[in-house]
Design a protein around this ligand. Structure first.
Ligand code: NDP
Ligand code: GDP
Length: 327
């Protein structure tokens, strides 16, 4: 017998793929919202071998009518909103689009749940980018927000709407304030995967340098597989709430780079070239989160350390080259 029914927006993204895998393993029927694209974006689900197990429904978080229709049809018990234009760098080039998808998209889903009168629990993928210019040395659920990009601003909008719908309508709506989390399925725009993918190319003789921006910014990097477990745990709580999900350790982009090059026995200083085009108009210098509340209330702790994460990503990118696969 099926355990429950979940709808995931952003199912073709990094977290959507891992979350779908987790819920399928738990016996859920998983529906995935699929926006119209000219080519298939399902490579992550293919790589996990779960594409055939997901029921796809065509819709877009910017299209309220599609969401109402889908919710009425699917009647999910849990809705995970992971859809976003999630790349901070692009959010300055496409601020309106970013705010429509990453901000208004949240409102559309919350309104669709109300209009369709679906009895479900809701998860919003909030972000440590909301802390931006950090107001406290270690960020908790109580640290004030100070976003530094259109993406961060849009995430604040989605976060506060989630809180507001919980308080206004009694919706079981939780917001996970997730710090950066990576994996072999991370998009190539993000600095970690850009690094591991480039190192693999360099080893294979296909690239001779790696062009990066600010090497001194610090991030609290965890493993996406651990973080989707936290999302699920939030929706199993009696009361909805907000949680920081982080490792509590922060390292520089430089250090991540060094570890990735060290993994294949190369010195990063011989390959990395600083390119001003990758600097941002406003930077988030340092992020470090406290997962204490998640540990206490959800029983959640991160399992994968940074060194293991780097090794996992390097192995995957080296393997893809061996197998002639590109993603
Ligand atoms: P990805 O960028 O990998 O995935 C984003 C997903 O959203 C993709 O499936 C994308 O589909 C989908 N999407 C984009 N636009 C729309 C739209 N208009 N309608 C429906 N779906 C759409 O992100 P991640 O998996 O890394 O992150 C998941 C969520 O968590 C995002 O909301 C992100 O902002 C947030 N987050 C992520 C963090 C991280 O470190 N990974 C940290 C904190 C928060 P397509 O590929 O077809 O465009
Ligand atoms: P973000 O924390 O969501 O913005 O995740 P990213 O992986 O995109 O960026 C993390 C940090 O790496 C930011 O401080 C960037 O300025 C820095 N960075 C340095 N060089 C690059 C680069 O070439 N690409 C990206 N994406 N980030 C870079």
């Amino acid at each position: 017998m099926k355990e429950s029914t979940a709808l995931i927006t952003g199912i073709t993204g990094q977290d959507g793929a891992y979350l779908a895998q987790l819920l399928l393993q738990k016996g859920y029927t998983v529906y995935g919202l699929l926006p119209q694209r000219s080519t298939s974006h399902r490579w992550r689900l293919d790589e996990l071998g779960i594409t055939e197990e997901v029921a796809f429904v065509h819709g877009d978080v910017t299209d309220l009518t599609s969401l109402v229709k889908i919710l009425k049809e699917v009647q999910p018990k849990e809705v995970y909103n992971l859809a976003a234009q999630s790349f901070v760098g692009i959010s300055w080039q496409q601020p309106v689009h970013t705010c429509q998808v990453t901000g208004t998209g949240v409102l559309n889903i919350l309104e669709a749940i109300r209009i369709a009168q679906v009895d479900c629990r809701f998860y919003q993928a909030s972000s440590s980018e909301m802390y931006g210019r950090v107001q406290e040395p270690v960020q908790t659920e109580r640290t004030p927000f100070y976003p530094r990009s259109p993406y961060g601003v849009a995430k604040c909008f989605g976060h506060w709407l989630t809180v507001n719908y919980r308080e206004s309508y009694g919706l079981h709506a939780s917001s996970g304030i997730l710090f950066n989390h990576e994996s072999p399925l991370r998009g190539l725009d993000f600095v970690t995967r850009k690094i591991t993918h480039s190192v693999a190319n360099i080893v294979n003789g296909e690239q001779d340098q790696l062009r990066l921006g600010n090497l001194e910014s610090r991030r609290d990097w965890g493993f996406a597989g651990d973080y989707v477990e936290a999302m699920w745990r939030m929706l199993q709580q009696k009361e909805a709430d907000d949680y920081v999900i982080a490792t509590g350790r922060t390292v520089t982009v430089r250090e991540f780079c060094k570890q990735a090059f060290d993994y294949v026995g190369l010195d990063y200083e011989n390959y990395v070239v600083i390119d001003p085009q990758f600097y941002r108009p406003a930077e988030v210098d340092v992020l470090i989160g406290s997962p204490q509340k998640a540990k206490k209330k959800l029983g959640w702790t991160p399992q994968v350390k940074l060194e293991q994460l780097v090794a996992m990503m390097m192995e995957a990118d080296l393997r893809r080259i061996r197998e002639g696969k590109r993603s």
